[in-house]
Design a binder for this molecule. Structure first.
Ligand code: C2E
Ligand code: MG
Ligand code: MG
Ligand code: MG
Length: 283
């Protein structure tokens, strides 16, 4: 009896695991063929100078729309791309696409525009990452000083020595580095000081908090202060309403990104938006 229960339990366990694995494998195949068929595309969300209320750059964000029209969130398919190794090719393609777009934006007169690109830790650890980065910059003609790579804080936590070395080498290419989702990864302040990064990106959760309670802005305030003390740029992500923008501005946050100003957009929409943007709070 005990034995059959055990077996039954085991069966149940492996069946549910089997479902999960099958689903993951199915999505991995769909992603591989979808990527080959051009179902992936990149959208761009403007980044705003809070004082001037002017766009100064954009973040490239990956999108996947399958043949039947369904959108799959990057939060769902990026982990699968990482797990399967597909992120190496997909990530290179995103980087090249975003660099191309930066060059086109410059040709259209946006000479000071910066381009931020998310980089997965799997890409970052790949032995040819630096070579890939260098040739993408060279072949697209994107000026490195206007390109920024976003790495997450949790990623910054693992293997500190490797990261410190990598960041120094990336610095050599002229590209800058932002720590994404900052405040969620609990990296120590002394460690942060050793990292050659240029910008901290306040996580959306802390931006949302700003208007939620009396002390809701304390973490955002701390990150802004930290950035100032370390000589780093600071950007707030996920700014959805004017009150958040005003408070961030009064705390001395120089940059912001969020639905209040603009959603991530396909390139044609981005150009239209740049031509006739009338940002909330601008003169
Ligand atoms: P992330 O890099 O922190 O990107 C910010 C996310 O917040 C984006 O979600 C963006 O669309 C969303 N967002 C921007 N403003 C607002 C706002 O005002 N309110 C709300 N509620 N959301 C806002 P998205 O595009 O779904 O991307 C999710 C995550 O997927 C990204 O987080 C990033 O970690 C990852 N990701 C996206 N594209 C890439 C990529 O090309 N490569 C890699 N490795 N990861 C990517
Ligand atoms: Mg990001
Ligand atoms: Mg983020
Ligand atoms: Mg995120």
């Amino acid at each position: 009896r005990a034995k059959s229960q055990q077996r039954a339990g085991h069966f149940y366990f492996s069946r549910s695991m089997g479902v999960e694995i099958r689903e993951r494998v199915r999505m991995m195949h769909a992603l591989r063929t979808g990527f080959a068929k051009g179902e992936l595309f990149v959208v761009y969300q403007p980044q705003i100078d809070l004082t001037a209320r002017r766009p100064v750059g954009a973040e490239a964000l990956l999108r996947w729309q399958t043949a039947d029209g369904t959108y799959i969130s990057p939060d769902r398919f990026i982990p699968i791309a990482e797990y399967s190794g597909l992120i190496i090719d997909i990530g290179e393609w995103v980087l090249r696409s975003a660099c191309h777009e930066l060059v086109r934006l410059r040709e259209a007169g946006h000479r000071q525009f910066t381009m931020s690109i998310n980089v997965s830790q799997v890409q970052f650890r790949h032995p040819y990452f630096l070579d890939m980065l260098r040739s993408a910059l060279e072949e697209t003609g994107a000026p490195p000083e206007f390109v920024e790579l976003e790495i997450t804080e949790s990623m910054a936590m693992e293997e500190p020595d490797l990261l410190i070395k990598m960041l120094a080498q990336i610095k050599h290419t002229g590209v800058s580095i932002a720590i994404d989702d900052f405040g969620t990864g609990f990296s120590s302040l002394s460690y942060l000081q050793r990292l050659q990064v240029d910008r901290l990106k306040i996580d959306r959760a802390f931006v949302t908090e700003i208007t939620n309670s009396a002390r809701g802005s304390s973490i955002a305030e701390m990150v802004i202060q930290l950035g100032r003390n370390l000589g780093l740029s600071v950007i707030a992500e996920g700014v959805e309403d004017e009150r958040q923008a005003e408070i961030l501005q009064s705390l001395g946050c120089p940059l912001a990104q969020g639905f209040l100003f603009a959603r991530p957009m396909a390139t044609t929409a981005l150009y239209e938006w740049l031509n006739d943007e009338a940002l909330p709070g601008s003169a």
